[in-house]
Design a protein around this ligand. Sequence first.
Ligand code: ZN
Length: 239
Amino acid sequence: MEKEIKGQTALVLFSGGQDSTTCLAWALDRFARVETVGFDYGQRHAIELDCRADLLAGIRALRADWAARLGDGHTLKVPTLSDISDTALTRAVAIAMGAGGLPNTFVPGRNLVFLTFAAALAYRRGIAHIVGGMCETDYSGYPDCRDETIRALNVALNLGMAKSFALHTPLMWLDKAATWKLADALGGAGLVDLIRDQSHTCYLGERGARHDWGFGCGECPACELRAKGWRAYADGLGS
Ligand code: ZN
């Protein structure tokens, strides 16, 4: 695969979170040129999107070769998603477990919509590779993060747009500790520090308190997952 993607461009789904920032570094390590796309879908806490500028500046400062490869950043507005969904990420309601074993932070169709819009953008810009941070190893059980879903959508997009897109999900089989390890392997302590301090994960949009794993409320499922992964990663470093 390495030879195949040499000289090509990738479009990375970049939200400003830990996973998508690691994916961005993964893409910068492999592709000749990398563009990013973020989605403003009426999320209650758009703070994650605001983190992108600092993360991109940090990435550029970290490595000159990455700075040279990093191309346009796009933001697409998909407000309809919050109009039609009733979730803790799009409404002022508490995070809770919903019917069917899925937390109410699940925004139905979100990744399907994001990847479809990303593919439409990639189509226009002549890009064949799309990179997303979906992961089914250490996650909240969202069905649109599953490898099977992504593979099926890849087939549907290729058929529906008569293209040969490749959807890459480098984090699919990594737990959160392994995602930190991947960031370390790609960009060393500089990238790990950048992601820890500038990326945003917290569902409540909290950035007041600084923990050893970064900023967040420390209580919501996203913070808990991030903190747990960081501790496992930090412990691993010492062994
Ligand atoms: Zn939180």
